[in-house]
Ligand binder design. Structure first.
Ligand SMILES: [Fe+2]
Length: 213
């Protein structure tokens, strides 16, 4: 299901508390305890998301950081259902009672719907709503500026690294003609928003250094 911008349900006041982030961090550390590379990446995405909270409304900030922590838990072997980590992670969180809007963010992080289409998992993706809004963009940019092991990367570097790692013929590479422009457009939207708040390229580090002013 795809909904228009601005229709994301309001986050319950109880779930805006900092405890949401603490709970997300604790659960991620538990689920990914045996995958140090992925855990370091998730920690770095959460740090990036914290910086990018400037791009979203104040009441969405804890939600963004919590989703950043949780976005890759679906890689855990014990959570495997479809073998597609955005869906498997979101299903696990939904079953555990996490708020639906957070599960939607996890399911759709980093343009996963384009990869799902290649993998013929449209029905499974349809269990979770996609919205093109700033919190979705910010989560994607956080993920796309933190590489494996949590290494800081620009969006351009991250995309190149992803294409190299997955290789020709992979779903990620096959999805790239549609997914790549989405990732870049999300990055530009977030950078534009940050710029309006006085956070420039040197601080947010979203794009290649040669593109920074
Ligand atoms: Fe990730």
């Amino acid at each position: 299901m795809i909904t228009a911008p601005g229709q994301r349900p309001a986050v319950d006041v109880e779930l805006q508390l900092p405890q949401l982030v603490d709970a997300a961090a604790d659960l991620t550390r538990y689920i990914l305890a045996d995958d140090s590379e992925r855990l370091r990446h998730s920690e770095a995405v959460a740090v990036r998301a914290q910086l990018l909270t400037a791009a979203v409304d104040d009441d969405q900030a804890p939600f963004l950081v919590a989703a950043a922590w949780l976005h890759d838990v679906g890689y855990a072997t014990g959570l495997k259902q479809t073998g597609f980590h955005p869906v498997d992670g979101a299903r696990h969180l939904r079953a555990a009672g996490w708020p639906p809007a957070l599960c939607d963010l996890v399911a759709h992080h980093s343009g996963s719907r384009y990869v799902a289409k290649v993998k013929q998992l449209d029905d499974e993706m349809g269990e979770f709503a996609f919205q093109e809004d700033l919190i979705t963009d910010a989560l994607t940019v956080a993920d796309q500026t933190a590489g494996p092991h949590g290494r800081s990367m620009t969006v351009d570097e991250r995309i190149r690294d992803m294409l190299d790692r997955h290789g020709p013929g992979s779903p990620n590479v096959r999805a790239h003609p549609r997914r790549g422009p989405y990732l870049l457009s999300a990055a530009h939207r977030v950078a534009h928003r940050l710029d309006a708040f006085g956070i420039g390229p040197a601080e947010h580090g979203i794009f290649l250094r040669t593109q920074r002013s």
